[in-house]
Design a protein around this ligand. Structure first.
Ligand code: HEM
Length: 195
């Protein structure tokens, strides 16, 4: 798990602080925990209705898998709402990147569904009669940063896993791989630009 925490820290380090989940956001989640937890069933249903309504995302799942995956998201939601959202949490998210490599869930699918959750929360928070505008805004902002951060760490974990796999399979040094990738991208860019 130490290795996963290291990967997560690298991803967090690359994000400008204002875009990242912060202590003040954790306080917002703690303050509204019960309300947020009460949105769980609807969140899980809408998340998977969306994935199952689209060919490429529904093709990821095996026959009869939906109930198990709903439990996975429920578990993620509960752990996230109870916290702490710390190094170990983001290490877990980096590991989720590995899980998604194994299940062939490419990054565009991930990057579509992290803002989906932030949007869902925005819709719920702004419609919730018991919340004043300041609290609703604080929840919306906290979720925007939370989902930015979760998406960044999972996709970085995913990319990292693929690079590490190349290293393990063909024994290619990561620095060398980065240089070759850079040079190859430069060649392609020149070709695409026609310069
Ligand atoms: C907000 C975005 C997402 C989050 C936070 C998320 C979170 C998770 C978590 C926590 C796990 C379990 C990891 C563990 O074993 O500890 C998981 C597994 C999985 N997720 Fe996601 N996921 C997201 C998006 C997606 C998308 C878009 C798909 C497919 C289109 C997907 C498909 C799967 C599959 C197939 C598994 C593997 C289950 C297994 O074989 O054990 N996930 N995800």
């Amino acid at each position: 798990m130490e290795e996963m925490i290291k990967v997560a820290r690298e991803a967090l380090h690359q994000m400008p602080p204002a875009s990242r989940f912060a202590e003040a956001d954790a306080a917002v989640l703690a303050k509204h925990r019960e309300l947020l937890l009460s949105w769980e069933d609807e969140l899980v249903e809408r998340f998977y209705d969306t994935l199952f309504a689209h060919g490429p995302t529904s093709a990821v799942f095996q026959e009869g898998e939906r109930p198990g995956r709903e439990k996975t998201l429920q578990n993620w939601w509960r752990k996230t709402m109870h916290g702490p959202i710390d190094d170990a949490y983001f290490g877990w998210m980096a590991m989720v990147g590995l899980v998604h490599v194994v299940r062939d869930v490419p990054n565009p699918m991930m990057l579509a569904m992290t803002p989906f959750i932030a949007e869902f929360i925005k819709e719920k928070a702004t419609q919730e009669a018991g919340l004043d505008a300041a609290d609703a805004n604080a929840i919306v902002d906290a979720f925007q940063r939370l989902m930015n951060t979760v998406g960044a760490v999972i996709t970085y974990g995913y990319d990292h896993a693929r690079t590490d796999a190349l290293f393990s399979v063909v024994g290619m040094d990561v620095g060398l791989l980065q240089r070759l990738t850079h040079d190859e991208a430069q060649v392609r860019l020149t070709k695409v630009r026609g310069t």
